[in-house]
Design a binder for this molecule. Structure first.
Ligand SMILES: Cc1cc2nc3c(=O)[nH]c(=O)nc-3n(C[C@H](O)[C@H](O)[C@H](O)COP(=O)(O)OP(=O)(O)OC[C@H]3O[C@@H](n4cnc5c(N)ncnc54)[C@H](O)[C@@H]3O)c2cc1C
Length: 315
């Protein structure tokens, strides 16, 4: 029997079978793409995606949720501290959370002052109505913010990936500390009832920022997990709508709620039992920026080895 040839899978595919053509941009019928092999497309994605997963298994900061609070946080943190490895985990295929529309599915987005400063920083135009400003379409804000976050070299976004659990360790002082996240592809996470033994993956980090929004199919994830893990007695549950009470409560209440875990955005309303504000988004911006400030402050106080907090930095 003739020996079976073993392919060299490390060899780059050649373009031997592809007709040699020059790329040419012509919209009168002569548009020609540069040639490609299907395997090149697969390898171009696979090597980047899995190298990134390998590298980000230890991150400096993990942000759970890429809604307006999580993205505002990522923007401020990555811009202020470009040396930090910031990994965003977003359960949905489309990042942006609830910030693609304003209230009752209308397009304009209302942002109260002083959060308008963030819009100027992003370069998002708005109409000034005195105490608040209006962006003509919420998607203009969200797409601009998202594009700026994704362009940061220190930010990785893994969407279609859900945080299924938190890593909780005893720290160097014997105190329970949130020390990372447990992840799975969202489609897997949604099928634990239909398939068995689909084990997850982990990311270790000294600071986790949870921005998973208010309660819903996936919302308020970390706040709810703190309760089921016995780290929080009960949820405060989001209270009725009061814009004037709700927004400052969310921004000023943004904090580390348990060692290693900072809550931001509407998730905090479920944890603290603060009011909902409806379709005003300044609090998501302010809370995200404050979460980034808290993260930097906490990181500066910690001695970190291999993504784990092993001591305190002496003053
Ligand atoms: C139905 C509806 C009701 C609303 N009600 C209110 C309200 O009462 N009060 C109010 O102020 N605003 C409300 N809004 C407006 C607006 O959506 C929120 O204020 C705003 O989106 C909250 O921003 P956020 O960043 O905190 O959370 P979100 O915009 O909700 O973003 C959270 C993100 O986290 C992701 N996520 C969740 N769990 C996980 C997980 N386990 N792993 C990974 N990612 C995860 C989600 O996919 C989402 O992208 C509502 C919006 C909608 C669509």
């Amino acid at each position: 029997m003739a020996p079976v040839a073993i392919a060299d899978f490390n060899k780059q595919p050649t373009l031997a079978h592809v007709q040699k053509t020059e790329a040419f941009e012509d919209y009168k019928g002569g548009y020609r793409f540069a040639p490609i092999e299907e395997a090149q497309v697969s390898r171009a994605m696979i090597k980047r995606y899995f190298n990134t997963m390998y590298e980000r298994a230890i991150s400096d900061v993990v942000i759970i949720g890429a809604g307006s609070a999580g993205l505002s946080c990522a923007y401020h943190l990555s811009k202020t501290r470009p040396e930090l490895k910031i990994t965003i985990i977003e359960a949905n295929v489309a990042p942006g959370g609830g910030a693609w529309l304003g209230g009752q599915l209308m397009t304009p987005m209302v942002i109260r002052k002083p959060a308008d400063r963030f819009l100027r920083e992003l370069g998002v135009e708005y109409e000034d109505e005195g105490n608040f400003v209006v962006v003509k379409h919420a998607a203009l804000f969200t797409s601009t913010l998202l594009s700026k976050v994704l362009a940061m070299p220190n930010v990785v976004l893994m969407n279609a990936t859900a945080v299924e659990d938190l890593i909780v360790h005893a720290d160097f002082e014997g105190q329970q500390r949130v020390a990372g996240v447990v992840t799975n592809w969202t489609l897997v996470a949604l099928n634990h009832d239909t398939q068995s033994c689909m084990d997850p993956n982990t990311i270790t980090a000294p600071v986790i920022i949870s921005a998973t929004g208010h309660d819903g199919p996936m919302g308020a994830f970390s706040a709810k997990r703190l309760v089921s893990a016995g780290l929080l007695k009960e949820l405060g549950n989001m209270r009725g709508l009061d814009m004037n009470r709700a927004e400052p409560a969310i921004v000023n209440g943004t904090r580390e709620v348990t060692p290693g875990l900072i809550l931001t955005g509407m998730e905090l309303s479920e944890h603290d039992g603060s009011n909902r504000m409806g379709p005003t988004f300044g609090a998501m911006i302010g809370s995200g920026v404050k979460a980034a400030e808290e993260a930097m402050c906490n990181l500066d106080k910690c001695e970190v080895v291999g993504g784990k907090v092993v001591g305190r930095v002496s003053a």
